[in-house]
Ligand binder design. Structure first.
Ligand code: ADP
Length: 372
């Protein structure tokens, strides 16, 4: 079976590693011949995932296509789908998710709890929505990793808003941010991974470290799982989805957003779960039985982020020391250049003991530094 991946970043790279277990011929489309996935696929195609012509030419003749980022040309995917290429998830589902406005409208239409919102076209419109403050302004399309998200505490911050179609959301008093990955088979059967909980570094707005399974009261877990299932039900497509949720101070649960693809919050599943998120997506695309998503052991993920003040060929200071730590798995993405704040890899730790996970996560953060 010939399967194409739109995007050749670290998620594509890990998806390709999992493909080695199956009989599949892999193709990657990306505009950088040195991208992390370029050398792991059977066929690398240089091109732009946002271009109709590039995506269409890439997909024609393939049996199936998946994505590692939602910023893809869905019109080309719709045409390919019409011509019989299987697309995971469906272009219709990608279209809904790709724009935060249509995504929020889906939640609203189906009464899935998600922060209250209004759609805005420009920053000046925020003057009409004081009742939403403190709020979060999110650009409809093109934002990722916290770019495209702006906190509007009060009137003073209005100038920080976006002059493009966006949503203005009420701010949730967050106790915990969690994510649940859901696999949906072509027969409609689904499987939930145990939730992961995030600890965010407010200065970079990037994940600090992550623990899984999230430590949650049973009732909160049930609510979160019910919401994740409701989201995928209404997206109505096979594929793999990551539903990001907020647990507030009252233990209420809200959907923040959904990613229609393998997700950073699921990196640990390679070592920590019986079937990884990557394995699960291959099972879905190859129409095999779904795997066992359960954890083998609890785990933590530490992201390896380029140090401030260093740009250039990466040097992994402290790598040996981390490689000596038991039950610790280093993943370097092979990016040719480090930059301040750039995600260069991650480390997974597995242990029965959450205190051990937290201790090691902090130790790794202070030991392994990416300089140039
Ligand atoms: P991105 O798509 O860039 O990841 P998100 O919508 O996930 O953006 O927002 C980034 C972060 O901003 C979230 O992880 C959360 O910490 C914070 N955030 C987003 N929306 C809200 C909200 N309604 N209330 C409180 N915090 C929020």
């Amino acid at each position: 079976m010939k399967v194409g991946i739109l995007g050749g970043g670290q998620l594509g790279r890990m998806l390709l590693q999992a493909a080695a277990n199956y009989e599949v011929e892999t193709y990657v489309l990306e505009n950088d011949a040195n991208c992390p996935a370029a050398h792991l696929c059977h066929h690398f195609v240089l091109g732009d995932i946002t271009s109709y012509d590039n995506v269409y030419a890439f997909g024609k003749g393939l049996d199936a296509i998946t994505i590692e980022i939602e910023r893809v040309n869905t019109n080309a995917l719709l045409q390919l789908e019409k011509e019989g290429v299987k697309v995971y998830p469906s272009p219709a589902a990608i279209n809904i998710i790709k724009n935060k406005i249509t995504q929020k409208e889906l939640y609203k239409e189906h009464q899935i709890p998600s922060p209250a919102f209004v759609v805005t076209q420009s920053a000046s419109e925020l003057h009409n929505h004081h009742d939403f403050f403190p709020a979060v302004h999110k650009i409809g399309q093109g934002g990722y990793d916290g770019r495209g998200v702006q906190v509007i505490k009060d009137q003073q911050d209005i100038a920080l808003g976006f002059n493009a179609p966006s949503v203005l959301e009420k701010m949730i008093d967050i106790q915990k941010e969690i994510a649940i990955i859901v696999g949906v088979g072509t027969d409609g059967k689904n499987v939930l991974f145990p939730p992961a909980e995030m600890v965010v570094d407010p200065s970079l707005n990037l994940l600090d470290y992550q623990l899984s399974p999230a430590r949650l009261p049973q009732k909160v877990l049930w609510k979160a799982e019910a919401l994740a299932l409701a989201v995928v039900k209404h997206l109505n497509s096979p594929g793999l989805f990551a539903v990001e949720l907020f647990v507030d101070r009252n233990d209420d649960v809200w959907v923040n957003e959904t990613a229609p693809r393998v997700h950073n919050s699921g990196h640990h599943t390679i070592e920590a779960n019986y079937s990884s998120q990557y394995d699960m997506l291959w099972r879905i695309m190859l129409q095999y039985p779904l795997g066992n998503s359960k954890e083998i052991l609890p785990s933590a993920i530490v992201n390896l982020i380029g140090e401030e003040g260093f740009t250039g060929k990466p040097v992994y200071e402290g790598l040996e020391e981390v490689l000596k730590m038991p039950n610790t798995f280093v993943h370097i993405y092979g990016k040719k250049e480090t930059k301040p704040g750039r995600k260069m890899g991650h480390v997974t730790i597995i242990s029965n003991d959450y205190a051990d996970l937290t201790y090691k996560a902090n130790k790794i953060k202070h030991t392994l530094k990416i300089k140039a």
